[in-house]
Write a protein that binds this ligand. Sequence first.
Ligand code: G6P
Length: 618
Amino acid sequence: MCGITGYIGYDEAAPLLIRALKKLEYRGYDSAGVAIIDNGKIFVRKKKGQIKLLDESLSASTLSGNTGIGHTRWATHGEPSDINSHPHIDAEGRIAIVHNGIIENYVKLKQWLQSRGIVFRSDTDTEVIVHIINYFYRTSQGALLDAVMETLKLLTGSYALAIVSADYPDRIIAARKNCPLITGLGKTGAFIASDVPALLEHTRDLVFLNDGEIAVLYRDHIELRSSEGEVLKRETTHIDWDVESAEKGGYPHFMLKEIFEQSKAMSDALSPRLKMGGPEAAGANKVIDFDEVKLDERWIMARRIVITACGTAYHAGIIGKYAFEHLARIPVEVDIASEYRYRSPIFDKKDIVIVISQSGETADTIAAMRLAKQNGACVFAITNAPGSTLSREADIVMYTYAGPEIAVASTKAFTTQVMCIYLLAIELGRLRKHISGDAYRRYIAALSEIPKQARQILDKKESIQRFAARQFNKTKMFFMGRQFDYPVSMESALKLKEISYTHSEAFAAGELKHGPIALVDSSTLVVTFATQNALFEKIASNIREVTSRGAASLVITWEDVDSFDTVSEAIFTLPKTEDCLSPLLAVIPAQLFAYYCAIQRGNDPDKPRNLAKSVTVE
Ligand code: G6P
């Protein structure tokens, strides 16, 4: 999705804006641009393609000035082109804006502006905004903030906006509705951006705008206002991530770095929540002890858990279904947030609604959360992003502590989400008396081993790399499994298609004969997850069914299991944990496989085509 940034201060704006835009690259984009105010005039430079083209153009002939805004565009209205890139300026060239989001009523507004003689330069929805600001600016005797506030009242849809005016070189106005926007004061000036990594090198004390709020940035202070213009007070949120953790740190790609960080990330999600002592059931051993969550009567008496999320987080939610049902014997319904929000779901006061989102800014997940809240549900959020919309609006928040995840294809955010789910499910299982003291201790001991076991898998990365080098050009790649292996198959297929652009699908192995087998031939690779001991024989037959039709096969199973030795030509083994915890480990070789297939195919895994890290519009 688009990224926006702005700087006003004592330094040259252009290089700072470029640096910030580079930190927002991961969001996905197809063009980039900046507008700088210099000597009472606005100068715009924008380019289709990578930020480096814009950077080169600015190096060849720089734009000087201490106030500016910048943008990475992910095309929604109008093809990627120089003209459609942001910033957009008004007819007189006195106002420039950058925008993340979609203006849903832009057609009507455009017709109205055209009837007043405005000529549009681009095909974007955004351009209407700058012309309307100009209209109100002219009619409000030059009060820029008033003109912006009037304009916002006319817009439906979503926006994060940054606005500069040649008449007001001393300020940047920014506003948000349903798209993230964060501001902070650094040593040399004030900054605004769509996401935290763009601001970290300047300050870690940030102000997260709420929907409907407006920020006015000056070089030495930032004013926060309501949509009506009243000045608001807001505490800053301190971000612990260091700048380093948002950099590649010697890895060729963020994705590989983040795959390798999983051992630490899972340990960070787990350790603060495992403490000595506690309930009798666990004796003097480590027990789950959440600071942020109290699994009170409401959880114990809950009739149902409803989980909703998008993309990879949705797959974590499906693992949640298996985990809560298996460990706590509580029925779980999982739904994709974009479906949930429109299908008029049934609410029950005795439900717990869990929303899962790495960014905490996914438009559909936020809408699903708001719908659940409006209907009286207690919403529990699992997110990686302190300060995000989800973290602020949910009733209870559990952080995944994955650290910044930059690669579009989510890896460590997923495994930490799943870790949080297991902690909840195991503790709930104990409270609802479905897990004995012995089993509880066994599960906790098993969870404690997971970070080390993840490292052991990562140490074997070369074997996956070699396998990918042999198989990457298969035209179809399928993933199958049963029980806990099914959502892992779904996540693996998603990872592979996202970055290698290979046609990949996942199915519950029992469904093989109900359709997918019709597609299996010698151009197919089938990756089978086989970690559910009770189903080994069934899954072995499924593997035979595909290999006998010419498919290549890889089985991902436990060490010391020989059930597949004669069934599959390739086997990758995982260190043994409880069968029901297998997703935490089994997904790792699949992430590596997707990564190496992307590399073999010459793709940049960090910037997959057409995809965005954070989908802040519908
Ligand atoms: C996009 C990203 C995925 C992510 C999904 C949900 O599609 O590319 O990696 O899983 O959004 O994002 P969230 O931030 O809500 O977890």
